[in-house]
Ligand binder design. Structure first.
Ligand code: M6R
Length: 638
């Protein structure tokens, strides 16, 4: 297992000067060179990247005849069919090197012309590109004045022209010269019809992973596309440019000096990125959770001493005592997990913790004290707002740590300390196992800080033991999946829903509502139970179901009163209740039971119950569960 302070992916923060801008498009790249026919590798790689969200797809292969491109708007399955039906299929499938892309439209609509790959003016160089070339207009004008014709509205095609304009028989040299003229961001892969079997890849602000195989190399914008072939990978740093031929990889920097990057082991099994027989990735990932949490906490709990071992934080007990405030930043589900972290840190450690949306933190010139620690949470490690918040915190001189799932991601590389979730690949756009792993780590962080501050060994042991029980709590909820599906059927016909909770369950209410709205398109809002009276109660009627988090714990009596208020206004109530709690059960129309446990760990089974509820509602409504409309897995745009 890689730890932050043990992995070659960990780097000190980059200097301000070398930081790329943060506007990055969310597309997928695959490239292949080696012993196999390239086309099947490219198409299967694109399929692995579908979860990212895209609206067009394309491939290019190099052969003696030149570069052949097939691309179109729509899904990879359509592209696959196009290739299958192609009259020059033999040539297409005979090539041993090629590049491929899924595009999420930014510059120009999702048309076939705008889809990647793009060619240079003579059709001898093809390119796939993620990112934005900011000076593309000036470059385009220059080329147009020289008589170039463009076939798309994209900045990427301009880059292909720029590279070809520098080409004199050495693709690495041409790309290097071109990128010296470029302002903006890129993760790119290109090839030339005059250097068969050679790929050149480069990174600035948009990830590129090089998968190292036997007599072959697969490159991609994320590891999901390469783990079928190899687990040995090199993650390029910004300004790296690599020439790849078969299994030979030569990495240079923009000034052409040689660069050494140590390969890292991707600890995902190939099967981990597949659906594993489940109808949807989301369902598979919900069921992955006991194992994911076990992987997250493995080796990190010292029950005997009542503390957590989080070497990636790289903080001595003395330094932990010095932390006087924790500032947690993240977006969406990661931020909701952060809210649970806030409660736990204040509860266990007695030091203030605050959570802020990363987008707000980055722009409002936040006050960060010298004894504050900023903790950034991101499943992907690529979310633009969270990354910018990290950079802002680094610039403010604060202690910055990150909690990330994707090894080698940009946030992991730019923070000096942190903790990997080890939850395995999360493919479904709706985050599930990352959330419960994030919560597990946050409880461990709170425990560790608390032991340095005020928590006794005995109290620490108790919390450590409860954290170790989290996988079993999840298993108990998963065992009631069939009942949950039945309950969901009663609620799938509504168009609105409120989620309410208090204390630790308030963030769970927010997360439950987010899950439901993003995959079922039901308008759902999460509120603190006490907030109902301050406005939302006006909307309560028989068409507004309320999902109430009512497990045992502080404030439960007040939450039961809130439920009575909902019932008095004819709102149907679904309660998440502790097993055997008859009073809570009788207060509701339907219930989902979770095992009895302390309120800080009840968040995990409660969240899993709401994930399953949202999943079944969305399935009944026939929604595109793994790829909800308008959403992408990795939000690398502002
Ligand atoms: O990769 P990150 O954790 O940084 O992503 C943050 C959000 O975009 C993400 O959690 C989003 O809210 C999910 N779709 C929620 O299911």
């Amino acid at each position: 297992m890689k730890r932050w302070n043990e992995t070659s992916n960990h780097k000190p923060p980059q200097s301000q000067k070398s930081k790329p801008p943060l506007i990055i498009i969310m597309c997928g790249i695959v490239g292949y060179t080696g012993k196999r026919a390239a086309m099947p590798v490219l198409v299967s790689g694109l399929k692995k990247l579908e979860y990212r969200g895209y609206d067009s797809a394309g491939v290019a292969v190099a052969s003696q005849e030149g570069i052949l491109i097939r691309k179109q708007s729509g899904k990879v399955a359509g592209l696959d069919q196009l290739i299958h039906d192609d009259p020059i299929r033999a040539t297409l499938s005979g090539s041993h090197s090629g590049i491929a892309h899924t595009r999420w439209a930014t510059h120009g609509p999702p048309t076939t012309d705008n889809a990647h790959p793009h060619l240079g003016p003579n059709g001898r160089i093809a390119l796939v590109h993620n990112g934005i070339i900011e000076n593309h207009n000036a470059l385009r004008d220059r080329f147009k004045a020289d008589g170039h014709t463009f076939h798309s509205e994209t900045d990427s095609e301009v880059l292909a022209h720029l590279i070809e304009s520098h080409y004199q028989g050495d693709l690495l040299q041409a790309v290097t010269q071109a990128l010296r003229e470029v302002e903006g961001t890129y993760g790119l892969t290109c090839m030339s019809a005059d250097e068969l079997g050679v790929l050149v890849v480069a990174r600035r602000g948009s990830p590129i992973v090089i998968g190292l195989g036997d007599d072959e190399t697969i490159v991609a914008s994320d590891a999901s596309a390469i783990i079928t072939y190899t687990r040995q990978a090199i993650y390029l740093d910004d300004h790296d440019i690599a020439r790849i031929e078969g299994s030979h990889v030569d990495i240079r920097s923009l000034d052409s000096s040689s660069v050494t990057r140590t390969p890292a082991e991707i600890d995902w099994s190939p099967g981990a990125a597949e659906k594993g027989g489940y109808e949807h990735y989301m369902l598979k990932e919900i069921f992955d959770q006991p194992e994911a949490i076990r992987n997250t906490i493995r080796g990190r709990i010292d029950t005997g001493r009542g503390t957590a071992i989080l070497s990636g934080l790289n903080l001595t007990p003395r330094e932990l005592v010095d932390i006087q405030r924790l500032l947690i930043v993240g977006c969406g589900t990661s931020m909701n997990a952060g809210l649970i972290g806030e409660y736990a840190v204040e509860d266990f450690a007695g030091i203030p913790a605050e959570v802020e949306q990363a987008a707000e933190f980055r722009y409002r010139n936040p006050i960060v004290g010298s004894r504050d620690m900023v903790l950034a949470i991101s499943q992907s490690g690529e979310t633009a707002d969270t990354l910018a918040a990290v950079r802002e915190a680094v610039d403010k001189g604060s202690l910055v740590a990150a909690l990330v799932n994707v090894v080698g991601s940009t946030i992991a590389r730019e923070t000096g300390r942190g903790i990997y979730l080890h939850a395995g690949p999360e493919i479904s756009v709706a985050s599930t196992k990352a959330f419960t792993s994030q919560v597990s780590v946050l409880l461990m962080i709170a425990l560790k800080i608390a032991r340095a501050h005020r928590l006794s060994r005995e109290e620490g042991i108790q919390i450590a033991q409860e954290i170790e029980k989290l996988p079993e709590l999840v298993e108990a909820v998963l065992a009631s999946n069939d009942q949950l599906a039945e309950v969901a059927a009663h609620y799938a016909g509504y168009n609105n829903a409120f989620y309410i909770g208090r204390g630790y369950m308030f963030p769970v209410a927010l997360e439950g509502a987010l899950k439901l709205k993003e995959i079922s398109y039901i308008h759902a809002e999460g509120y603190h139970s006490a907030e109902l009276k301050h406005g939302p109660i006006a909307l309560l009627e028989e068409g507004m179901p309320v999902i109430a988090l009512l497990n045992e714990g502080p404030g439960q009596d007040k939450s039961l009163s809130n439920v009575a208020e909902c019932k008095a206004r004819s709102a149907p109530v679904l309660g998440v209740v502790t097993q055997g709690d008859d009073e809570a059960r009788q207060a509701c129309d339907h219930v989902i039971e979770i095992p009895s446990c302390p309120h800080y760990s009840a968040v995990v089974p409660a969240a899993v119950a709401l994930q399953l509820f949202a999943y079944h509602v969305a399935r009944i409504r026939g929604c595109a569960i793994d790829q909800p409309r308008n959403l992408a897995k990795s939000v690398t745009v502002e």
